[in-house]
Ligand binder design. Structure first.
Ligand code: AMP
Ligand code: MN
Ligand code: MN
Length: 354
């Protein structure tokens, strides 16, 4: 599901400029030095979205073209791929986390800003021969031995594409479909600020392989079960608007419980698309969806149209993300979670005079 508006941080940091030549060279060397019978494990972040899964499987297909035979792709938590992301090329590389190589020669992590996003698979960073990190979060903690982190990249797939070029792997339709899903997911189908000329150039190269953008977009963004349509209606019907929040910029929020999901016979991942309907609200800069994951726990999605750095809110509450699209795990009741967010909004207002 969409990462939301990807925006680079204004703060100067070593990662702000993207990988340096030595880092690209080290990544190429790490891939090329996998022995002929070596095992490679690809890991993307928990609750994978289109960028996480697409970047990982696209890279997996490329490794196969390079002759890597012992190759697995996985993610922490239940081995459940959202319906909208099923059928991607390279899907056959996926294994449940419990079956992942315990000590691969190379581990490659995708779209994960920190080790915590790797869940129970985090130990592979220590047991693997080498750990390579591919990501585009400004907050990335550089937890690999080699880190390709480009906060200016619209999606992790942009980093993957550059690495494939340097490895000499040409795009084919399978790789391209995966990278296209990733790119469209994180740019909101080329609507967010991160949609640079370079993004359109990459999209053009991907489309030139013959992939079908209409079919792909319909499957990823415009398909959901009727039960989910009804569930969305109910959850949107209880949305609340607080015009005074965030220094008068406004907050709109809603919540969905496990009981809501059960009544409509829906899986939790269908709620990932809900934030896109909530963030349309004209009267609010900040939007929020609080999704129950266990009796006392909520997965929180935050978005801003530009007045608030929601990654600051998320980080203050134990999570992370991008400037205008972030999230964290909330505890207690839904109202309590929103109280905690409201308290952080003023401190996260972006000073336009800067
Ligand atoms: P989502 O609202 O789930 O689409 O997430 C938006 C952004 O926030 C993504 O870029 C994630 O990397 C980040 N994010 C979401 N949940 C968490 C979390 N629990 N911890 C750290 N980052 C998160
Ligand atoms: Mn992601
Ligand atoms: Mn991403």
């Amino acid at each position: 599901m969409p990462d939301g508006a990807v925006e680079t941080s204004t703060e100067a940091s070593p990662a702000a400029a993207g990988p340096v030549e030595a880092e690209w060279a080290a990544a190429v060397a790490a891939v090329r030095s996998v022995p002929a019978d070596g095992r490679v494990l690809l890991i993307c972040h928990v609750n994978p979205d289109g960028d996480a899964l697409g970047s990982m499987l696209g890279f997996g297909l490329a490794l196969r073209r390079l002759g890597v035979r012992r190759l697995q792709a996985t993610f922490p938590g239940p081995p459940e791929v959202p319906d909208t992301l099923r059928g991607l090329p390279g899907e056959e590389l996926l294994v449940p986390a419990a079956e992942a190589y315990p000590d691969p020669d190379l581990v490659v992590c995708f779209d994960a800003a920190s080790e915590s996003r790797l869940g129970e698979l985090v130990d592979r960073l220590a047991t693997a021969g080498t750990a390579l990190v591919l990501d585009h979060h400004a907050s990335n903690t550089r937890f690999g031995a080699v880190n390709l982190v480009d906060p200016c990249a619209a999606a992790t797939s942009v980093v993957v594409d550059e690495l494939l070029t340097r490895l000499g792997v040409p795009l084919d339709a399978g790789i391209a479909e995966c990278l296209y899903v990733a790119l469209t997911t994180d740019t909101g189908s080329f609507r967010f600020e991160a949609t640079t000329p370079a993004v359109h150039h990459l999209a053009a190269r991907l489309l030139a392989t013959g992939i079908r953008p209409g079919d792909i977009s319909r499957r990823i963004f415009d398909t959901r079960p009727f039960g989910a349509v009804r569930l969305f209606g109910e959850v949107l019907g209880r949305a609340r608007l607080e015009p005074a929040a965030a220094g008068g910029r406004g907050l709109v929020w809603t919540y969905a419980t496990l009981d809501d999901l059960a009544r409509h016979g829906q899986r939790p991942y269908v709620l990932e698309a809900l934030i896109d309907s909530v963030r349309c609200t004209a009267e609010a800069d900040v939007s929020c969806v609080v999704k129950q994951t266990s009796p006392d726990e909520w997965a929180v999605s935050l978005r801003s149209k530009g007045a608030v750095d929601v990654s600051r809110v998320a980080v203050a509450l134990g999570g992370g993300g991008h400037r205008f699209a972030a999230g964290f795990t909330g505890r207690g009741g839904a109202e309590q979670v929103v109280d905690a967010i409201r308290d952080q909004l003023d401190a996260a207002l972006i000073d336009v005079r800067r």
